[in-house]
Each structure stands twice: as structure tokens, then as C-alpha cells.
Design a protein around this ligand. Structure first.
Ligand code: SAM
Ligand code: SF4
Length: 327
């Protein structure tokens, strides 16, 4: 279905839970979330009806996210059931990877098509700091296991944070020489209360690209831009000479991609969101299939042409942290 600005809405991001086994400083408060009552959250049945309705309106790609989707009980069952819905062309998952060594094989068997894994540093101490208590070994084992069980096009999402991982851009990029993975650098978004982060922590993708380009020039390694028409719209992709994967730059702050936005979101507490950064929310909790269909249509029609300006002075209007939306 097209929205009012002619964009074909084909992508639904579904948050399965607000809970997480980590506490990344830019995503969640240290104390976690105020656990909502069970009856405020979407049931599995409601979720499956919502996906069925979404697909009937032209959604083709579903991404499961959170919070951490792998802490959701019966995640394998959920993946299997969504994948069985006629019209779901691509089922993807975004995870911090720490539980993948346990679940990757079953996720593959259940029909999951793709995995994105978040990793902001390659340094164990820094990982422990940024996640507030995480063990990098678990995330690295998760990446390894995903590749081992046959997921291809595994993507690593790295949020760029000035003063934290700006010195790791080249090391991350070099991972694409060793492994068949894409590394995607993402600008830090000023969400509701993105922890301790301020203007200095914001690092535009352009600055990360410049670091990489300088390295390539110094080392005489060729770096080529990949034709965007052959890929998806939001990342600008490059490839190092002889690399097995791509290096992507996603710039939601310095250069938003509202014009190409083809997505809507469903939160774990049953709110449809036409835009990540708007406060508009349409509740589908407790509704029947026909009512849910009307709400989806309303959501798509409500999609704003673009979101308000984002900067550290102009925080996201979403009024939720990322774990409560589904990043
Ligand atoms: N727990 C899973 C994970 O970490 O991949 C899925 C949910 S997490 C909210 C999804 C993505 O959002 C992660 O890649 C995370 O780094 C990113 N994220 C969270 N807060 C962000 C922020 N303020 N700006 C940019 N990306 C953010
Ligand atoms: Fe959890 Fe993902 Fe947020 Fe980190 S980014 S706290 S892993 S939901």
C-alpha cells in the first residue's frame, strides 16, 4: 500500500519485547524498563494477526527486534509461525548476538532469512562498558555460530560514538576482509534519554568514511562504492579490494532517508508507529482482525513526509527509548 507521499510501504519492524539482557548506554536506562503488565503487551496471537493483516496490505519484509528478541520465550515458535504466513517474503532479526550461539541453528531451521548483529566495539573492556556488563565473547561466538549454521549476508551494526569507537573504524572495516559479513556504521540518534551521550558523542558517517578513506589511501588499498540500485536504500555501501563483505554507512541524523522510507513499526505493547521519530502511536491491543486492518491503513496514511530535525538540541519526538520502540 502506498502512503500519501507515494512511498510503497513494504517493511514492518516488530518489537517482540522491551526487555533486554544488556543495557547499552545509548539505548536503555541502567535500571532497565518498568516492566509493564502482561495484559498491556501484545499477545502472540495478536501479533500473528497483525502480521497477517500487514502482509495483506503489501508488507513483504518483517524484522523482529526489541529490546532483545532472543530473550522472548518461544522465539523459535514465533519465527516459525510468522514465516508460515503467506506473503512474508523476507523474515529478519536484529539481535545483540549474545544468545545466538544457543539459538542460531534453530532460528535457521525455523525459516529466519537474515540476521543483523549489533556490536559497537571489538575491545572486551569497551564492550563491557558500553553494554554496562556484557561479555564480548558471547557476541563474537554468536556471530561465528550464525555463519556456521549457514546464515549469509550477516550484518554487523555498529553505532558510531565519538570518543568511544572512532578509533575502531578501520579495524571494523578490516573484518570484511576476513569474514563474509557486512559492517554497517550507524549514526547515534538522540532518543528520549540516550544515556550519557551528548553533542561530542555524535559522529557523522562522513567523519568515519574520511578515516577509512585516509587509511585506504595510505595503505594503497582500493575502496569502491557499490551501486545503490543493487542494494537497499538506507546504507551507502563500499567494498574494500578483495573483501568478502561490504562496509555501509547509515546516516539517519546528518542525512535522513525519509524520502525512501518504506517502513512502519509495531511496538511490543501493541502501538503502530508510522515513523520512528514521531510521537504518533496507534493502538491495536485488544482489537479484532478487521479493526487491526483499519488501524494499519490509518497508520500508513498518517506517515509524515519527514520527521523533525534531529540533533542533540532537537531530540527525537518519539518520547521513547530505542528498546521501547524496536530499533
Ligand atoms: N537488542 C537488539 C540489538 O541490540 O541489536 C535489537 C534492538 S536494538 C534497540 C536495535 C538497534 O538499535 C541496535 O543496533 C542498537 O545499536 C540500535 N540503537 C539503539 N539505540 C540507538 C540510538 N540511540 N541511536 C542509534 N542506534 C541505536
Ligand atoms: Fe539491549 Fe539492543 Fe538496546 Fe543494547 S541496543 S540495550 S542490546 S535493546
Amino acid at each position: 500500500m502506498k502512503d500519501l507521499y507515494g512511498r510503497e510501504i513494504e517493511y514492518l519492524r516488530v518489537s517482540l519485547t522491551e526487555l533486554c539482557n544488556l543495557r547499552c548506554r545509548y539505548c536503555m536506562p541502567v535500571e532497565g524498563v518498568n516492566k509493564k503488565n502482561h495484559d498491556e503487551m501484545l499477545t502472540e496471537e495478536e501479533l500473528l494477526v497483525a502480521v497477517k493483516v500487514a502482509v495483506s496490505l503489501g508488507i513483504k519484509k518483517i524484522r523482529l527486534t526489541g529490546g532483545e528478541p532472543l530473550v522472548k520465550k518461544n522465539i523459535i515458535d514465533i519465527v516459525e509461525k510468522i514465516k508460515m504466513i503467506d506473503g512474508v517474503k523476507e523474515l529478519c532479526l536484529t539481535t545483540n548476538g549474545t544468545l545466538l550461539s544457543k539459538y542460531a541453528r534453530d532460528l535457521k531451521r525455523a525459516g529466519l532469512d537474515r540476521i543483523n548483529i549489533s556490536l559497537d566495539t571489538l575491545d572486551p573492556k569497551k564492550y563491557n562498558y558500553i553494554t554496562r556488563f556484557g561479555n564480548i565473547e558471547e557476541a563474537l561466538e554468536g556471530i561465528e555460530e550464525s555463519l556456521k549454521v549457514g546464515f549469509d549476508k550477516v550484518k554487523i551494526n555498529t553505532v558510531l560514538i565519538g570518543g568511544f569507537n572512532d578509533d575502531e573504524v578501520v579495524n571494523f572495516a578490516k573484518k570484511t576482509l576476513e569474514l563474509p559479513i557486512d559492517i554497517r556504521f550507524i549514526e547515534l540518534m538522540p532518543m528520549y534519554d540516550s544515556g550519557d551521550f551528548n553533542e561530542k558523542s555524535f559522529m557523522p558517517c562522513k567523519a568515519a568514511f574520511d578515516i577509512l578513506k585516509k587509511y585506504c589511501d595510505d595503505e594503497k588499498i582500493s575502496i569502491e562504492k557499490v551501486d545503490a540500485a543493487k542494494t537497499h536504500a538506507v546504507a551507502i555501501l563500499y567494498k574494500l579490494e578483495n573483501a568478502k563483505g561490504h562496509i555501509g554507512f547509515i546516516s539517519p541524523v546528518s542525512c535522513d532517508f525519509c524520502k525512501e522510507c518504506n517502513r512502519i513499526r509495531l511496538t511490543a505493547d501493541g502501538k503502530l508507529k508510522p515513523c520512528l521519530h514521531s510521537s504518533q502511536e496507534i493502538c491495536i491491543k485488544g482489537l479484532n482482525e478487521e479493526e487491526i486492518r483499519e488501524k494499519f491503513i490509518e497508520t500508513i496514511k498518517m506517515k509524515p513526509e519527514r520527521h523533525a530535525r534531529l540533533s542533540y538540541k532537537d531530540r527525537s519526538e518519539a518520547k521513547r527509548n530505542m528498546n521501547e520502540i524496536g530499533g
